[in-house]
Design a protein around this ligand. Structure first.
Ligand SMILES: Cc1ncc(COP(=O)(O)O)c(C=O)c1O
Length: 286
């Protein structure tokens, strides 16, 4: 056994003794109260068929994207889907990312600069925290959904101020106080980064999330929507101004230095939104 094996053993044993050991398991034939497949789209045969049919019609056929969007991985269909997403999310532009993790990391690591300050909800997802950690900006958490704590901290902030929150927090299903956050952001000229991972598909017309359904979208600088949860497929997008999208294309390393999503994944995103539009009853049922 190497010293690394001993290290792994010790850490895993400690986890087991705390009764916190993680294990992969295959779960079939159960009622689903734990996955993110809120609308059942991940297992919809009808959606699967629509995706297969449409994939066959897109030219040129490519199994893999073959490179970064900035090299060989871009195509007019992906840009068409991004235009549709911008329409759905009522933004000037949208940019697809390979995952919600990558999208959050991209924004937080590239937009706030040295001398700026990021505030994030203490219960924010790991990718928000990891993105903030990659940034040169100062970063502070605030108590969950606590606008008084946030304001107390904002008063001491330097540089541009960014507030990173989720619309719906996945562990307890509670909402962020979006109206209060918008008021605070205006008072202190702060920029809100809103992760709509758990509200995409669930809230609003065509699943366009909490900000658009509450008519707050124009007050929020950067929005992240993910497609691997209620939309039942995979990937994510950032919605915002054309300038923001152009900036991310130029400076966001999780966009620049990775192979783009394959055609099948882009078709899946397109079809999932089409599917939801044609089945508005799914949201009501949820
Ligand atoms: C709030 C939040 N943001 C982002 C992500 C990451 O999204 P993805 O699974 O598409 O990488 C998750 C997924 O767990 C999430 O819960």
């Amino acid at each position: 056994m190497t010293s690394l094996d001993h290290f792994f053993d010790d850490r895993l044993l400690a986890r087991e003794q705390e009764d916190r050991l993680r294990k992969l398991s295959v779960q079939e034939n159960l009622i689903d109260f734990c996955s993110n497949d809120y609308l059942g789209l991940a297992r919809s045969q009808e959606l699967a068929q629509a995706i297969s049919q449409k994939t066959g019609t897109i030219q040129p056929l490519r199994n893999g994207a073959s490179g970064s969007r900035l090299l060989s991985g871009n195509n007019s269909y992906t840009e068409e889907v991004e235009s549709k997403l911008a329409q759905i999310f009522k933004s000037e532009a949208a940019l697809i990312f390979n995952s919600g993790y990558a999208a959050n990391q991209a924004i937080l690591s590239s937009v706030p600069q040295r001398g700026d300050t990021i505030f994030y909800d203490e219960l924010a997802h790991a990718c928000i925290k990891d993105g903030a950690r990659l940034s040169m900006a100062s970063r502070f958490s605030f108590h969950h959904n606590d606008l008084n704590d946030l304001e107390r901290k904002i008063k001491k902030a330097k540089g541009k101020i960014f507030i990173a929150v989720e619309s719906i927090y996945s562990m307890d299903g509670d909402q962020c106080p979006l109206a209060g956050l918008v008021t605070l952001s205006k008072k202190y000229n702060a920029f809100i980064i809103l992760d709509e991972a758990h509200s995409t598909g669930v809230f609003g017309d065509e699943g366009n999330g909490l900000a658009v359904s509450g008519n707050f979208h124009e007050e929020i600088a950067m929005r992240i929507y993910t497609f691997g949860k209620a939309m039942g497929v995979h990937g994510a997008c950032v919605a915002g101004s054309k300038k923001l999208i152009n900036y991310l294309i130029n400076f966001a390393r999780p966009f620049i230095y990775t192979t783009a999503l394959p055609l099948h994944a882009i078709v899946s995103i397109d079809c999932a939104f089409e599917f939801l539009k044609n089945h508005p009853g799914f949201q009501k049922e949820l």
